[in-house]
Design a protein around this ligand. Structure first.
Ligand code: GAP
Length: 451
């Protein structure tokens, strides 16, 4: 049943232009997705709301750094040595699996022969596990040698750490302060899966929050709460679908002393959408060691140099988008325009999050005076809102199309409009309609989209 809901969400996302498989006309490419017009609008909203929440703190600085980094950067960060999954391959069908997922039963039931696990797909013999580094490698410039090796970043974080000193001096920053970045990251995942949940190219929203070492635990707690509340208050995600997961020692990344993940209860199971890690002074120390630059901070109170600790909230835009799609997807029954009970799919985005904010319809599509008036109303609103105009099909069908993409308000121009300059505004969730004067529409809608 739950899987079924996930299938329906994927189908809707593909059909209505939220998310599509990349390179589909060439057979697709595993782990890559395109975002259609509604998907891009929604991703942008997620990013804007993230920025809105953090940039109203006076001590957060937003930067942008390159996607490709030189080998030395990832030697220093520890990714070349530690950023791998354990991979096993079937000697018969040559499918590859992550050893940890295989043992957890994520590929189905595992049969054992002579004390060894067999391939879950063909029961063939599996190879010994080997380390598989998840970074995509390339060469910078025309010569393919070790010193020209470059990597697509697996996290945006490293671009931030190496700018610590620049921000200290250019912004005259004082601890505690954060450097934030939104951008693409890449991981050559062994088994991309669950639609856009685990992909090979994705966007991260990360903050490296530099703190005095003695404040690391207090500020770790602060960020866990702040980020958890963002999902509730800014995205409107249902509290019962969110979990705080404390990472065990085995789960911790090579740089972390502690981490708490925010999990969402997806139809395929609960899993991480964001991690908040206490990275200690690991990164700054490693970059000091490899670059020979002084990345310390002068503590005015103690009159000594210190190496700040780092608290890192790190979220993935695609996973948040998927969680949102799952959270707002609903099916119910409404009374149709003909007075009959009708099933509908409705995406119950909070009004400020809906990709399309309102739709404008003429009641009938064959009356020039209604069409002209509807276009006039559309023109009156289009500079202030993301709205669409639709004159195709019955009014009921047009409502259903907007419900399916979560448009919170549908504005209909009918015969009364021609007499008294009022329109009906239909609420997506209640389906109730209100009559509003055209000259008041802008203010009426603005009020509705306040967060
Ligand atoms: N800088 C820390 C870091 O990258 P992470 O837990 O590996 O930590 C942070 O990743 C977030 O990035 C995850 O919570 C998830 O939302 C997103 N993410 C990581 N790998 C991903 C993948 N393969 N596909 C989609 N999102 C991913």
């Amino acid at each position: 049943m739950k899987e079924d809901k996930f299938e329906k969400i994927i189908k809707l996302a593909e059909k209505r232009g939220f998310v599509m498989k990349s390179y589909e006309i060439y057979g697709g490419l595993k782990g890559f997705y395109d975002f259609g017009p509604l998907g891009v609008l929604l991703k942008n909203k997620i990013k804007q709301l993230w920025l809105k929440d953090i940039l109203n703190m006076p001590n957060i600085y937003l930067i942008e750094t390159p996607i490709i980094g030189p080998r030395i950067l990832y030697e220093a960060s520890g990714h070349i040595e530690n950023f791998y999954d354990r991979l096993v391959e079937c000697k018969k069908c040559h499918n590859r699996f992550r050893e940890d997922q295989l043992l957890k039963g994520e590929y189905g039931e595992i049969k054992i022969k002579d004390n060894k696990a067999l391939c879950p797909l063909c029961q063939g013999e599996l190879t010994e596990a080997r380390n598989f580094n998840l970074m995509f490698k390339t060469y910078i410039g025309p010569v393919e040698e070790l010193t020209a090796e470059g990597y697509l970043r697996p996290e945006t974080a490293q671009g931030i750490f190496i700018n610590f000193k620049n921000i200290l001096s250019s912004m005259r920053a004082k601890l505690p302060f954060g450097i934030a970045q939104i951008g693409k990251s890449f991981r050559n995942e062994i088994t991309p899966k669950n639609f856009v949940f685990r992909v090979r190219e994705f966007e991260q929203m990360e903050i490296e929050f530099f703190v005095k070492p003695e404040e690391n635990e207090k500020l770790f707690g602060f960020w866990v709460e702040k980020r958890f509340n963002w999902y509730l208050n800014f995205l409107g995600i249902k509290k019962e679908n969110l979990i705080k997961h404390i990472q065990t020692k085995d789960e911790l990344a090579h740089y972390a002393k502690a981490a708490i993940d925010i999990y969402y209860k997806f139809p395929f199971g609960e899993d991480e959408i964001e991690g908040i890690a206490n990275r200690t002074d690991y990164d700054l120390k490693r970059h000091m060691e490899y670059s020979k630059e002084d990345l310390s901070y002068f503590d005015e109170e103690k009159k000594e140099k210190i190496i700040p600790y780092v608290i890192e909230p790190s979220a993935g835009v695609e996973r948040i988008l998927l969680a949102l799609l799952c959270d707002v997807y609903d099916e119910d029954e409404v009374i149709s325009e003909k007075g009959k009970l009708e099933k509908r799919i409705v995406m119950r985005f909070k009004p400020w999050l809906a990709p399309i904010q309102a739709a404008v319809f003429p009641l009938l599509s064959n009356r020039t005076n209604l069409l002209n008036k509807a276009k006039e109303v559309f023109g009156h609103l289009k500079n202030n809102f993301v709205i669409i105009y639709d004159e195709n099909g019955s009014i009921g069908r047009r409502y259903r199309r907007q419900d399916e993409i979560g448009t919170p308000y549908c504005i209909t121009i009918d015969f009364q409009t021609l007499e008294d300059e009022t329109v009906t505004v239909r609420d997506r969730d209640t389906t109730n309609q209100e009559r509003i004067r055209i000259e008041e529409l802008n203010d009426y809608l603005k009020e509705k989209f306040k967060i």
